[in-house]
Design a protein around this ligand. Structure first.
Ligand SMILES: *[C@@H]1O[C@H](CO)[C@@H](O)[C@H](O)[C@H]1NC(C)=O
Ligand SMILES: *[C@@H]1O[C@H](CO)[C@@H](O)[C@H](O)[C@H]1NC(C)=O
Ligand SMILES: *[C@@H]1O[C@H](CO)[C@@H](O)[C@H](O)[C@H]1NC(C)=O
Length: 252
């Protein structure tokens, strides 16, 4: 008891001292860790490029972004990635509710469908063999096939549901290539009309993700068109209230 009482104030003083110390060391440019290359931060790259806010939100809520970043910073692994990043326009041109019907597991697979577990340079697209294998799972027909078609320098990726234009390279190095695409890559396994019931995928190691995902509110605002529907509802409610008030006034 005695001991605790003496230790606690000391701890508080130490913390206060450290808090004061922190900004001071932060200001010293000489100690900046310029020597070791900072780990690749996919979110930061996409934020800097702009117009990827919805895809960033999905990368975060599904935790796929964290997985990619940590795999990229794992020095023991030589594995690199190619990421197809749909623009905000691509998401807002989806049919209303497209994303909201997906389960958390399906949202993870949708994001993984935009990830190729190897680095593909722009010129390599000319020679890759179809279908590409994505992180979402089997590239068999009806599952998660992703095909590349090229014509001159134009590269497209097709899923059997959509054909997206690969517009430009946001970043491209030996471990990571990120390309802007003008459409969300919708996989056959989720959006194919006569899709045979998708067999329950054997959960990969990523399968731990959904249980940590903050459910509900975090992922729902992803669908911009539904947000529009909500604001329409509230407008309708507002005009009803105004109407009711006027009606009340007229009655008197
Ligand atoms: C990556 O960058 C984003 C945005 O700049 C930032 O919020 C996040 O904390 C960064 N993550 C890491 C692991 O540095
Ligand atoms: C790529 O897709 C666009 C439409 O998005 C189409 O006009 C063009 O012909 C396609 N090119 C190839 C090589 O498939
Ligand atoms: C993708 O390419 C393979 C091989 O050419 C073909 O068998 C398959 O039907 C194509 N799938 C789609 C969705 O275009």
């Amino acid at each position: 008891m005695m001991k605790r009482q003496t230790v606690l104030p000391f701890a508080c003083v130490s913390i206060v001292f450290l808090l004061h110390l922190a900004p001071v060391t932060g200001q010293a440019p000489a100690t900046a860790p310029t020597v070791s290359p900072s780990p690749t931060n996919i979110t930061a790259i996409l934020e800097k490029a702009g117009q990827f806010t919805i895809f960033i939100r999905l990368l975060k809520s599904t935790l796929v972004g964290d997985q990619l970043s940590s795999q990229l910073s794992d020095k023991k692994s030589n594995q690199g990635f190619t990421l197809f990043a749909p623009t905000d326009n691509a998401f807002s041109s989806l049919k209303s509710g497209t994303l909201n019907i997906l389960s958390d597991q399906q949202k993870i697979q949708l994001v993984q469908f935009h990830v190729i577990p190897s680095v593909i340079s722009l010129t390599q697209f000319q020679t890759v063999s179809n279908p590409l294998r994505t992180q979402a799972g089997s590239s068999d027909n009806g599952q998660f096939p992703l095909n590349v078609t090229t014509s001159g320098n134009q590269v497209n990726v097709t899923t059997g549901i959509v054909a997206a234009r690969v517009d430009n390279a946001i970043t491209s190095n030996s471990k990571l290539a990120i390309y802007q695409v003008d459409q969300v890559l919708l996989p056959l396994a989720m959006f194919g009309s006569p899709a045979p019931a998708p067999p329950p995928e054997i959960p990969k190691k990523e399968a731990a993700a959904p249980s940590h995902e903050p459910s509900g509110s975090d992922s729902s605002p992803v669908d911009a068109s539904d947000a529009g529907a909500n604001s329409f509802d509230s407008r309708a409610l507002a005009s009803f209230v105004v109407g009711a008030t006027l009606g009340g006034v007229l009655l008197f």
